[in-house]
Design a protein around this ligand. Sequence first.
Ligand code: ADP
Ligand code: MG
Length: 270
Amino acid sequence: MSAVLDRPTAGGETAQRAPRIEIRDVSLRYFTPEGETQALERIHLSVVLIGQSGCGKSTLLSLMAGILEPSSGEVWVHGERVNGPSPRVGYMLQQDYLFEWRTILDNAVLGAEIQGRNLKQARERAAHLLHKCGMGDFLNHYPRQLSGGMRQRVALARTLVTDPDVVLLDEPFSALDSQTRLAIADEVVEVLREEGKSVVLVTHDIGEAIAMTDRVVVLSRRPGRIKSEHRMHFPSCEGRRPSPFEVRSLPEFNAYFATLWDELDVHVEG
Ligand code: ADP
Ligand code: MG
């Protein structure tokens, strides 16, 4: 399952602008020795996602990141057609892929280093982001010295260091225990709101989807098609934008949960 954070703004309302991400009639087929897999069929939307395992969520993010090319159709980010990886799009994968032999700061700076940016400035920005992500005391530590939640914070700082316009997060909290998930979701949303990023988040967790986003798009089983789209409104907050943790205790939360549960049509196997 997956969800979208749509242009988080400080005031809570979604900015009225051209969509930052546009998926025009996109299909994707994977070709393997065993045959062909139709992963996505005619996806067409301005922002993204939610659906069961194997329905094409990661595929969709990889298309937006320019790592995969659609079999047909077009992907647009920020008014530009995607035709390869771009510094405007940051992609944070489920696994953190931190290099064990590099310090936290050296890990966070990596993307900027690869792009050949001014290293001194990049290190300053990386240190600033690590502070924001609550990792200020660990700049010279190594990944093995950190907990799973701390590693994800470092991975987020690394994704943001190149200052992308759009951040793609593929189930970033799935390896964390539930308390850490709740805490880190709040921190991540705060950092992303402050940084003013468009975010596409994929998650298996219905509660997380409701708590972290303005808009939840449900994808059908494979081949992924758009099944429905839901706007999250929290009138009980009177226009104020609640934190993810707060959302879970709002009166609107349970109703959204029930709706999405039905939409997802979850079947328990075995
Ligand atoms: P999700 O992230 O929603 O779990 P994916 O996007 O990873 O789904 O995969 C969608 C479908 O495409 C699945 O059936 C998966 O097996 C298939 N698929 C994903 N990656 C590849 C690949 N590299 N080669 C062949 N098939 C793939
Ligand atoms: Mg996936």
